[in-house]
Design a protein. Structure first.
Length: 461
């Protein structure tokens, strides 16, 4: 079978939006193919959404079961429609309203197959038994620990069909009912996958994950990260990727190869369209990365200013309320359930919002944790690049249920830093970052982190 690849430029589809937390937020559905850096991409995207508006795609399956419905008869009620972002290892296109736009990330098939197998092998026996998987899946995971990939592929079992035998294609078509997707194969499956890929808002590739994230940000008018933080990645022996593949492995990736070729061509067209739209050379992603990021950032600012989002009298941003900006790690929670995000991996973290212009602003940043006192001691806050008149830190605040901040960074910024368009970029700048692994060896956290922020308040004076 030969891949059929379209060569015409792909237009950027319109994206439906809601206004949540003072900024435009699109309806999205992330079709997360396992072991394609999807966790990393999802972490970047989820940052822009209130946590109570994000749901796994499995919620739709549970609604079907509760209603006793099929994919064609399920009622998409208010409990489902209030979600802005669905993420999961399935394609629920036939159920979601048309306002939800889909995107995905694909990976070179052999690398993904080996990574999926390595992921199963790396589970400890205690992890396997403590997982929510059923008994049959647990048995397969145990068997993977004593098998080669070729031996494992020779076994029967629905999870093997689902994840290891052209698993990217099957994820892109469906995930339930199980009997349906296990029957799919050959030209019919590849044709369905191509059709689904062509209908998506964005198709990224793992091998160019950062560029893929920038294409998505270009389409959605979001500020682009300099680099997508890699999450849920495990080390493996990459030397085995070289050399001739056994026939059973070739068969397990044959259809995925065709789908990946189609996805890669789609990504290349979108990336070229992005650079052309930004007025940049076709090789700018390699030669002028700073220029690409700067152009995307300017586009993001223009998109926010052009939206009909309200210019509020004051900004009260919580980390679980959706953050428009760059330089934030994934959402975490304190033991009492309060949400926070570490700044990093760089030393400048941003929050973009709209506010009424004023001569002077007071900014307050709530901090729940830090790895070294000097990080907060030397921190400062700017608005739209304007340096503060003064900065001070309140240390060791008394804990209150409504405010979990243990420390608070205060800044006063004058000089009328916000123009009449209302655009307000709050920059939290730390003198350096630390890795938890350096402070507490053996903890396994190698992320570069500044301060753990729970809230940001901007108050005109």
């Amino acid at each position: 079978m030969s891949a059929s690849v379209t060569t015409s430029p792909a237009p950027v589809p319109p994206v439906a939006e809601r206004h949540v937390g003072g900024s435009p937020t699109p309806w999205l559905n992330f079709v997360h193919i396992p072991k394609t850096a999807g966790t990393s991409m999802r972490g970047m995207v989820e940052q822009f959404y209130p946590t109570d508006r994000v749901a796994p795609s499995s919620r739709i399956k549970k609604a079907m079961e509760a209603q006793g419905a099929t994919r064609k008869t399920v009622e998409f009620g208010p409990d489902l429609a209030e979600m802005l972002l669905y993420c999961g290892h399935t394609n629920v296109t036939s159920i979601l309203p048309e306002s939800y736009r889909r995107f995905t990330v694909m990976r070179e098939p052999v690398a993904r197959l080996r990574s999926q197998f390595n992921h199963w092998v790396s589970w400890s026996r205690a992890d396997i038994e403590g997982s929510p998987s059923n008994a049959a899946v647990k048995a397969l995971k145990h068997s993977a620990k004593t098998s080669s990939l070729e031996e494992f592929l020779a076994r029967d079992g629905s999870p093997i069909d689902r994840l290891f035998r052209n698993g990217q294609c099957k994820t892109l078509v469906s995930n339930f009912p199980e009997q349906y997707h296990n029957r799919l194969n050959g030209d019919h499956l590849v044709a369905m996958v191509r059709e689904n890929l062509d209908a998506m808002l964005m198709v990224g590739v793992t091998e160019r994950l950062d560029d893929s994230a920038r294409v998505l940000c270009w389409m959605l008018g979001w500020p682009p990260p300099a680099r997508v933080e890699r999450l849920n990645a495990r080390r493996r022996d990459r030397e085995r990727d070289a050399g001739e593949l056994p026939a059973i492995v070739e068969e397990a990736v044959a259809l995925d190869r065709e789908a990946y070729a189609h996805a890669l061509a789609r990504f290349e067209r979108d990336h070229a369209a992005m650079l052309e739209d930004l007025g940049l050379a076709s090789d700018a992603h390699e030669a002028d990365l700073d220029g690409v990021i700067a152009a995307l950032d300017a586009r993001s600012k223009a998109a926010l200013v052009a939206s009909d989002a309200e210019r509020s009298d004051a900004v009260h941003a919580r980390m679980d309320g959706g953050i428009r900006g760059v330089g934030w790690h994934e959402l975490e929670k304190t033991r009492t359930g309060h949400a926070y995000r570490w700044t990093g991996p760089g030393t400048t973290t941003t929050l973009d919002t709209l506010v009424q212009p004023a001569d002077r602003y007071d900014v307050s940043v709530g901090v729940v944790s830090l790895l070294h006192r000097d990080v907060l001691k030397g921190a400062r806050v700017r608005i739209n690049g304007v340096e503060p008149e003064r900065c001070k830190v309140e240390w060791r605040l008394p804990f209150a249920d409504h405010d979990p901040a243990l420390h608070r960074l205060h800044a006063t910024i004058g000089g009328r830093p916000v123009d009449e368009d209302g655009f307000c970029r709050v920059e939290i700048i730390t003198p350096r970052t630390f890795r938890a692994e350096d402070v507490e060896p053996g903890c396994g956290d190698s992320r570069s982190k500044g301060v753990a922020v729970t809230s940001v308040h901007v108050q005109p004076k």
